[in-house]
Each structure stands twice: as C-alpha cells, then as structure tokens.
Design a protein around this ligand. Sequence first.
Ligand code: XMP
Ligand code: MG
Length: 179
Amino acid sequence: MNAVVHIHDLSFAPFLSQSTIQTRIKEIALQLDAQYAGKDPVFLAVLNGAFMFASDLFKCLQCQPELSFVKVSSYMGTQSTGRVDELIGLQTRLQNRHVVVIEDILDTGVTMDKIFTLLQSEQPASIAICTLLMKPSSYKGKHQPQFVGFEIEDRFVVGYGLDYKERGRELPAVYQLIQ
Ligand code: XMP
Ligand code: MG
C-alpha cells in the first residue's frame, strides 16, 4: 500500500488505504440500513467504476435490498466530457420504489444529473445518491448525495474500481495522481 503505482504514462501515490475504505463502508451501510429497513429498496450500482464499492457495501447491508447494475458512458481519460448517452441494464420497474444510486465518484455532477433525470421518468417513490468519493469543489450537480464515503480535493484518483484509461480498477485501495 505504500508503493507508488505507474499506470500508462502517469504515477499515483497511495491515498485511501484498504482498511480506511472498509471502515467507512461499514459506517455507510449502517446509515443505509437505518433509512431503508422495511422499505424494499432498489440499489442501482453504476458500472464500471462502482463495482468494487458496491460489492463491499452490499455485503454489509442488512436492509435486504434488491440489487441491480446499470451502465452509462460519460467519461474519457482524466477529464469529464460531460457526455452521457443512456442508462443500460435497468430491468426492474422502479415505480413507487425507493431507489439508491451507488456511484464511485461525483466530480462535476453531469453524470449524476443525467442518471437522475432518466430515473425520475420511472416515477420512483424516492431517489438517493450514495457515492464512495466526491469532489465538492467541482460538483455542480442539482442533487446532493445523502451518503458520501469521502470528500476529496479535485485531484484525479484511481483504484478500487476507478480507472485511468481502463487500467487500475483492480487495485484494492485508492491512489491519487502525482502532479
Ligand atoms: P462527473 O463529472 O459527471 O463524473 O461527475 C463522474 C464520472 O467521471 C469519472 N471520474 C473519475 N474517474 N478518477 C476516475 O477514475 C477520477 O478522479 C474521476 N473523476 C471523475 C467517473 O467515472 C465518474 O463516474
Ligand atoms: Mg464511473
């Protein structure tokens, strides 16, 4: 965990350790259980980035959620393009259901705004956002997340599901770009 990792042309330093992440996930799971027990919630994890967070989070939940994975495309390289095409993989009817969107990171908020709009058209009872990471200084989204693992500064991060040009997702911890 102490070592710098090299991905393509960039170098990344350790930022959030495995144990730091796992401890925080248990806290978030308790918050989610408190809010959603008995409400038959649907948790929608956004692929690819949220796969590892979702997997670890889901193992800690007691509220017996329905779990599903959806996919959007919006991001390339180290800069958000702000382009989101569509939500793929939604197979459950969300009408009158309590929906929790699980994301890896909120940056500008463009992606989440689009996801939110797409989900609202399904007329769910509620939509909440749960994200492992958030960059508050760049977030311009219309909807604030209710569940946030870590607020971080506006630096590019990889690992724990997050990628740099499709590499680094397998790292069990989060690393920050060395500038
Ligand atoms: P927006 O700007 O729409 O971006 O909130 C959200 C999506 O952009 C990706 N993203 C990152 N991916 N390291 C990454 O590996 C980062 O620092 C980073 N910032 C944004 C991510 O896919 C997220 O879903
Ligand atoms: Mg992503």
